[in-house]
Design a protein around this ligand. Structure first.
Ligand code: 8YV
Length: 314
């Protein structure tokens, strides 16, 4: 046992694989989501040196754990953790990057083709027995002769871009700065990217600078043949503007793996025939979720063994 004294708190849900790995190394304290003060007496809170979580960790939660050293968050996006506050208290935050890149990119291309070639609707057509009496109508949209814009050329954006290239389509992108080692056309603003392409794929995290950046102007620039895909975070989109753009034909169709208020899909969204919504399944295969859990646990183990985490957030 590397450090029998270390106690790790698991607030709320945690992947079974991570729980098993952590259980062999640390004393685990598990509590349901909610008010940490109400759930844990002071002496137990004082013993906690690590947190393994998928839940919201705000400043109040951090303040309740006076000896906390590390917060290991499940997922590449870590907007639920107040990382700036943690840093101000010398608490390290880790996430689970890279192990999910290809899985999310696969899903992105699947969602894009589904939206453009109407795969879910065609499947429903067969299930409803309608093929026996009629042919499925030709899809209004095609991927052929399109230009694809990627919003966010990070690790996942690059994996998506490689797949788009294999589809024979040109790629352009916008991110805060030009990405190193990438030859795709860089657009200096999201609006310019939207004007330059007719498929826009958002892969960016849900932090303050990205909030509602896919707005009415961007959707209008994408144009009437436009297709919008989001696999980043729902908060990146002005959802009222998106609903309006789909209703009025400002863009042709959209596919969302993420929405702002998960899992509450509005009736306005459900009513749109041109909108395909998935229940945030980008990384959700058994293998990839296990790899994410493994990395989360290895971060905690490495920290308490060597004082260096594997994937601290920037
Ligand atoms: C996970 C994700 O579903 O890693 C992320 O940021 O969005 C997804 O892969 C989620 O974070 C796990 O709760």
């Amino acid at each position: 046992m590397s450090n029998p004294a270390a106690t790790v708190l698991i607030p709320g849900w945690m992947h079974e694989h991570a729980r098993r790995m952590l259980g062999t190394q640390f004393n685990l304290v598990e509590i349901p989501d909610g008010d940490i003060h109400a759930r844990l007496p002071q002496e137990i809170r004082a013993s906690i040196r690590g947190v393994a979580c998928r839940t919201r960790i705000d400043g109040q939660f951090i303040d309740a754990l006076p000896n906390l050293e590390i917060i290991a968050s499940y997922g590449v996006g870590y907007e639920a953790v107040d990382a700036a506050y943690a840093r101000s208290k010398n608490i390290i935050v880790t996430n689970t990057p890279d192990v999910l890149n290809e899985e999310v990119a696969d899903l992105t291309l699947g969602l894009l083709v589904s939206v453009v070639r109407e795969i879910p609707k065609a499947h429903a057509f067969v299930r409803e027995g309608r093929w026996k009496t009629s042919e499925y109508p030709l899809s209004r949209n095609t991927l052929r002769n399109r230009r694809v814009g990627i919003y966010g050329m990070g690790r996942i954006g690059r994996c998506i871009a490689r797949r788009i290239e294999a589809f024979g389509l040109p790629v352009a992108y916008y991110s805060r700065r030009p990405a190193d080692g990438v030859a795709y056309d860089y657009c200096p603003s999201l609006l310019e990217l939207a004007y330059a392409v007719d498929v826009l794929i958002a892969t960016v995290p849900g932090d303050a600078p990205t909030a509602r950046t896919v707005n009415a102007d961007v959707l209008s620039a994408l144009g009437p043949e436009g297709v919008f895909i989001n696999v980043g975070r729902g908060t990146v989109v002005d959802e009222d503007a998106l609903i309006d753009a789909l209703r009025t034909g400002t863009i042709a169709a959209a596919g969302l793996d993420v929405i702002a208020d998960e899992p509450n899909v509005s009736d306005d969204m459900l009513a749109l025939d041109s909108l395909t919504i998935l229940p945030h399944i980008g990384s959700a295969s058994v293998a990839t979720r296990t790899a994410m859990a493994d990395l989360l646990a290895r971060n905690l183990i490495a920290w308490f063994q060597s004082g260096a985490a594997i994937t601290p957030v920037p």
